[in-house]
Design a protein around this ligand. Structure first.
Ligand SMILES: [Zn+2]
Length: 279
């Protein structure tokens, strides 16, 4: 009964498994090198870390103030629902919430972690605090005998637009809308996301990765380093995306530990009626 859809899925899978959330852009990276004016080495990325020196809503204080709710951080820009807090660690970008088209994270650096490729491309980058946390996560994993690769981090609006347009050309508008992130709506543009794999490429950016020792380790420990598994199994209706056990999103330790312990989504956490708000 679903023959057309199944056929379509197979075609799509051939193009890229990770287009579901715009996770990976393997062949287009080299085309686009914008957004790399910021090329601080990773070991210069010690700037802020988790010290409480920034006057933002992310402050960890005894009263535990919550970051602003989803409703409070959305405005219409030329007909597009757009987030007002792109630089906050609590920013939520999804199919209903775009980043400003011209948003480039202010402090992109390259984390000092292994990548499964040699090219100096934008997808190596993350925001400084997230990059430092990723280095710590990789070190922690290694101590537990888990070897990881960083596969894809920052993705500019321009890259996502090219990817999306290529997809429309090759697969049609309908499929593009269903399987690729619209430019501005990929979380990778925040500089706070990294797709991670084990050194074995067979489950790279595929759902079975969640069952591997590497995937299990990430799920159990990422919160300790300030990361969440952003797209959980069974939460597709909330996040708008399929389960992606490889897609890590940095939110800071306090939020990450609470989100991972409760098994909720970032949307749930920040929703006015979410469990986090009821406390
Ligand atoms: Zn991803």
């Amino acid at each position: 009964m679903n023959k057309n859809r199944t056929t379509g899925l197979a075609v799509v899978a051939a193009l890229s498994v990770a287009l579901l959330s715009g996770c990976e852009a393997p062949s287009l990276d080299k085309l686009l090198t914008s957004g790399d004016q910021q090329t601080q080495p990773a070991n210069g990325a010690s700037a802020e870390g988790s010290e409480n020196t920034t006057p933002s809503s992310q402050q960890e204080e005894p009263g535990k103030p919550k970051p602003p709710s989803l409703q409070e951080t959305l405005t219409m820009v030329e007909g597009v629902p757009t987030v007002t807090n792109p630089t906050e660690l609590s920013v939520v970008v999804n199919k209903q919430r775009a980043l400003p088209a011209d948003y480039i994270p202010p402090d992109l650096v390259e984390p000092n972690v292994p990548f499964p490729f040699d090219e100096k491309v934008e997808k190596r980058f993350m925001r400084a605090e997230a990059a430092k946390a990723l280095e710590e996560l990789f070190a922690g994993a290694k101590q537990d005998g888990i070897e990881l690769y960083a596969v894809s981090g920052y993705r500019s609006y321009k890259t996502q637009r090219s990817l999306y347009e290529t997809y429309v050309k090759t697969q049609g508008a309908e499929h593009a809308a269903a399987y690729s992130a619209v430019p501005g709506k990929s979380e990778h543009q925040t500089g706070l996301a990294m797709d991670v794999s084990g050194v074995d490429a067979t489950t790279r950016l595929e759902e079975p990765f969640g069952e591997t020792p590497e995937g299990q380790w990430l799920s159990a420990h990422c919160g300790e380093y300030g990361f969440i598994i952003r797209y959980l199994k069974g939460k597709e209706e909330t996040t708008g995306y399929s389960y992606e056990p490889w897609h890590l999103r940095y939110v800071g330790k306090e939020m990450a530990q609470e989100i991972m312990a409760k098994g909720i989504t970032l949307e749930d956490y920040l929703s006015e009626n979410g469990s986090a708000q009821k406390q």
